[in-house]
Design a protein around this ligand. Structure first.
Ligand code: DGL
Length: 242
């Protein structure tokens, strides 16, 4: 059996890459929902409709657990998806706010989609982890995931300049990449904000996949390297990832 994973396009590939390194003998089926990108500017109702149909697709293909490789879908829908599919093991992706606080960063900027920034879960993560001597700034980045998805480098630079301008004099020491598309523009972010540490959830999520597979006795005990299939909803093709 394989591990199902999805995101609104290529963003979740940042998680998939790390997960394949940690779990080389597992098979993966990655659903890249480029057709519905961007998720971060959709209503909860729309998101639940989209994500539940992807969950149905993955269940039909007999996945053993589902990784929501998307901060937006996790912070807005994971609770409802767990209620709708009580027998499915879901693993979510959340902004690495706990990691920033645990590592004693003093001024952390969280970059994410509007839906993630405005989610109750993001406030919970701050309330549960931030100490009084730490500052956490939230910056909503409309259009950024879409520009990354379309590989529109000029637009990426324009948006970064605009959204990061206000934070240049805040002594920012870490940036949480609260959208799985953002690890693909680390270089561009560092050009705008040099000397910050970038934090993303890829390793944390991969370790959680391993832990859940172990707990549920679902690890693939083969010693043959696993296969990774990539489906894309825009052109409806499935390809093998080498
Ligand atoms: N990559 C996704 C996330 O982590 C969604 C981006 C989008 O489609 O807006 O939030």
């Amino acid at each position: 059996m394989k591990i199902g994973m999805f995101d609104s396009g290529k963003g979740g590939l940042s998680i998939l890459t790390e997960a394949r390194k940690l779990l080389p003998y597992e098979n993966f089926l990655y659903y890249g929902d480029s057709l519905n990108n961007p998720y971060g500017e959709k209503s909860d109702e729309e998101l639940l409709k989209i994500t539940s149909s992807i969950v149905d697709y993955l269940i039909e293909r007999e996945v053993k657990l589902i990784v929501i490789a998307c901060n937006t879908a996790t912070t807005r829908c994971i609770k409802k998806l767990r209620e709708m599919y009580p027998n499915i093991i879901f693993i979510g992706t959340e902004p690495a706010i706990k990691v920033a606080c645990d590592h004693n960063f003093k001024n952390t900027l969280v970059m994410a989609t509007p839906a993630t920034i405005e989610s109750r879960r993001t406030s919970e993560l701050i309330n549960n982890n931030k100490r009084d001597d730490q500052n956490i700034y939230l910056v909503s980045c409309p259009g950024l995931a879409e520009a990354i998805e379309k590989d529109d480098k000029a637009q990426v630079k324009l948006i970064l300049k605009e959204v990061l301008r206000k934070y240049k004099d805040k002594g920012i020491d870490s940036i949480v990449l609260g959208c799985t598309h953002y690890p693909f523009i680390k270089k561009e972010i560092l050009e705008e904000m040099p000397n910050v540490v970038l934090l993303d959830g890829a390793l944390g999520v991969s370790k959680e996949i391993k832990r859940q597979l172990e707990i549920h006795n679902l690890l693939n005990n083969s010693n043959v390297l696993g296969e990774t299939l990539i489906y894309n909803s825009l052109d409806k093709t499935t390809n093998i990832l080498k």
